[in-house]
Structure formats: C-alpha cells, structure tokens
Design a protein around this ligand. Structure first.
Ligand SMILES: Cc1cc2nc3c(=O)[nH]c(=O)nc-3n(C[C@H](O)[C@H](O)[C@H](O)COP(=O)(O)OP(=O)(O)OC[C@H]3O[C@@H](n4cnc5c(N)ncnc54)[C@H](O)[C@@H]3O)c2cc1C
Length: 376
C-alpha cells in the first residue's frame, strides 16, 4: 500500500512534535519559515539569559533524530487549494513551491510581539534578533514591562533576577495579572515579584503607539487610557498579548471570526476531509490550549486512526492555563497546575533527568548535541 503523505504547515512547538510522531508511519513534509525550532516559550529567559534559552528552545531541525526522515521545506506559506489538496509557498529564493498532501496539519501558530513573527529567517538572522533584544535590555537602567500574561510575568521575573540593579516595573490592566490561571498562581508569583523589588502597577492600560503596534522595545513615555500620568523608562517591553493567528494564507471559510482555524473536538477542520489544526492557531477552546495539552499526540493519533478506519480520540482541556511561567531558575523549575498548586523540580533533576530523558528522548525521540549558540 502506498504510504500516505502528510504535510505539516509550521514547524514550531506543536508542528515538530506532530511530525516526529507521524514520521515512522507516513511520508511527512514539514514547511516552515525558520530552519529550526524557535520556540515562543519562556520569553523572560530568552531576553535575559539567551544562551540558556537557546539550548532548549532554539534547536536546528537537523538535531532532531526523528526529523531526519521528514522532508523540511523552508518557505512562507501563501495559500492552499483544498480541492486539489495542495499547499503553496514562497521559498528563500522567491520561487513558488507546491506540495500535495493526503492529510494537511495546520500548525502555524500565532504572531506575538517581536519574539514570535512568521518571517523567513536564516540562523544568523535569528541569532542577531535574539542578541539585539538581549543587548537592548542589558544596557537599560530601567525597564517597564507592559502586560499581565505569562510573557510579561516571565520577563519581569527574569529581568529582575538576572539584573538585580535595574529598576523594573510591571504594569497590567486588571486588579491582578495572570487572569487565565488559577488565582493562587498569581498570589504566589506576586510574592516573588515583590521579593525581587519589581514595582507592581495594577489598573494601567497602555495606549498603543505606532511603535508598540509593531511590538518593538521602545523608549518613549507610555500613556495610559486609564488616566494615570505617563510613565518612562530606558526600555519598554510590550508583552500585551496581542496575538494574531498566522492564517493569512488560509481561505476564510476555514476560520472563525477572530481568524483562528475552526476545529471539531477531534481537531479536524469541519467539512474538510483530512485537514487538521492544532496548537495556538486552532480554535479548540477559549484559551486555545491544545499545544500544552498534548494536541500533537492527539492529532497524530487521529490521522493514523483515519487512515486505518479506527476510532478517533477527542480533545479535552483542563479549562485553565498551567505550566512553567518563569522557566528554570537557580533553585529549579516551578510548574503551576490548573488547580493553582505548584511543585518545584530541583535543578539537578531538570538538568540530569527532565531535559535529557523526558524532553529530549521521551518527547522529541532523540536530539543530537545542541551546541548552545552564543548569543552574548
Ligand atoms: C510540550 C509543550 C510544553 C508547553 N509548556 C508550556 C508551559 O509550561 N507554559 C506555557 O505557558 N506554555 C506552554 N506551552 C505552550 C506554548 O506557550 C505555546 O502554546 C506553543 O509554543 C504554541 O506552539 P505552536 O506550534 O502552536 O506555535 P509556534 O511554536 O509559534 O509555531 C508556529 C510555526 O509556524 C511558523 N509559521 C507561521 N506562519 C507561517 C507561514 N505563513 N509560513 C511558514 N511558516 C509559518 C512559525 O514561524 C512557527 O515556526 C507548551 C507547549 C508544548 C508543545
């Protein structure tokens, strides 16, 4: 029997995992703008300790053993012909590419700030971007972090931990930050921010400027639509969660009113045979949480089940955000559960057990030595 052909569009956190799971069973083609996994996770560690971050979150595709059998195409997706089962893109040289599929996996994620953009980049360009943001913040005496989600909190904690001499202030619109998480999570993180000397400013909603719309690190005073006097710092980090789905290449009929891909609980696109969506781009639930809740495994299972005529599984969400918020610290890795409880994995166990065995072998099925790139 001919092996089926699955095209995975977007090789980010979820697309890579889905491709890894499918590779032994089908012919997989992965199309992505980057030549590597460049994760959107752990922004604070990326900005403050980029070498540490890169070891686990910027991994060239050729380091993943299971991706050896996946054909990787570096290109910007531009369209899909659903009737002809073909996706289109533009390669590095500007040439059009066309890839036929039996099954399509849409995992193009979202854009968010300067750290998550669907731009075609070489490794050197990715490196330069990461280094520039790090240097910009390293050179600032004071930093304003805007936002109340995981990216803002992670940034405030890590900037204050790495550079205790800097004046760091966190501004967020509500009474509390981390609204999608259990209230206990914020209580705990708030204590940590206070210990680190981060100024906390609830009830501040920033007026978006042109520069902030592009989510650069800015230096102009921040104006507030909530009426407070403007605030200034050497560097202003906009982590305001204005995520935009990377779906400009898809026909409108696949999208919901916010531009995310509509899916059934099996992660199939309704009315489309053999088209699936997973990760931040998929409108699974209000938090669009399939990335962190093993959507990769579900989509891979259901694709194989569909080929074999077997029963599919359905997606369930815990209904609250959970996970690591601030990344690995000197005292280990804290994980916040949907119930608001937290547990800490000691540093030795993260380095000697979790990363090598659980993540690199268990999840990725083997990662060759990833020479940590030197960002600084
Ligand atoms: C194992 C795991 C653990 C996690 N743990 C946590 C946690 O502890 N805490 C937490 O907050 N979150 C966690 N997350 C979730 C994480 O915050 C995001 O949800 C996740 O990074 C989203 O992955 P994604 O693949 O959907 O998007 P992305 O990683 O952004 O991948 C999308 C990819 O598609 C590419 N792309 C986009 N448009 C195009 C185009 N037109 N052409 C070509 N390529 C394109 C992008 O450049 C990118 O490479 C976890 C996720 C995973 C998988």
């Amino acid at each position: 029997m001919n092996r089926k052909r699955v095209v995975v569009t977007g090789l980010g956190d979820v697309g890579i995992l889905a491709a890894i799971r499918l590779a032994p069973h089908t012919d997989v083609v992965g199309i992505s703008v980057k030549p590597a996994l460049v994760s959107g996770q752990e922004l604070g560690v990326r900005l403050s300790r980029p070498d540490d971050w890169a070891r686990d979150y910027w991994i060239p595709f050729d380091k993943f053993r299971r991706l050896d059998r996946v054909r990787k195409v570096q290109a910007t997706l531009t369209g899909v012909d659903l009737a002809a089962r073909t996706v289109f893109g533009l390669g590095e040289d500007g040439a059009t590419i066309a890839e036929e599929y039996d099954t399509l996996v849409i995992s193009t994620g979202v854009s968010n700030g300067f750290w998550r953009r669907p731009t075609l980049q070489s490794a050197a360009e990715i490196s330069a971007d990461i280094q520039a943001a790090h240097q910009r913040l390293a050179g600032a005496g004071s930093v304003i972090v805007l936002g109340g989600g995981a990216a803002a909190i992670s940034s405030a904690v890590n900037l204050a931990t790495t550079w205790p001499g800097k004046c760091i202030d966190l501004y967020f619109p509500g009474d509390r930050a981390l609204v999608g998480y259990h209230p206990r999570t914020w209580n705990r993180v708030q204590g940590r921010l206070t210990e680190l000397g981060v100024g906390l400013h609830p009830g501040h909603r920033a007026v978006l400027s042109n520069a902030s719309a592009d989510s650069e690190i800015t230096s102009e005073p921040v104006q507030w639509s909530t009426g407070q006097p403007p605030a200034s710092a050497d560097a202003v980090l906009w982590a305001i969660g204005r995520v935009q789905p990377n779906t400009g290449w898809l026909p409108q009929e696949l999208l919901d009113e916010d531009g995310f891909v509509r899916v059934t609980s099996e992660l199939q696109v309704p009315g489309q045979h053999g088209v699936y969506a997973v990760g931040d781009v998929a409108a699974t639930d209000p938090l669009r949480s399939s990335a962190r809740n093993r959507g990769d495994a579900l989509v891979a299972h259901n694709i194989r089940a569909e080929f074999a005529g077997k029963k599919m599984r359905t997606y369930r969400t815990p209904g609250r955000r959970w996970g690591s918020l601030v990344g690995e610290q000197a005292n280990g890795l804290e994980v916040f559960l949907p119930t608001g409880q937290a547990f800490r994995l000691p540093s030795w166990s993260v380095k000697r057990l979790v990363m090598p065995y659980v993540v690199r072998w268990g999840m990725y099925r083997g990662v060759r030595d990833n020479q940590p790139f030197r960002a600084s």
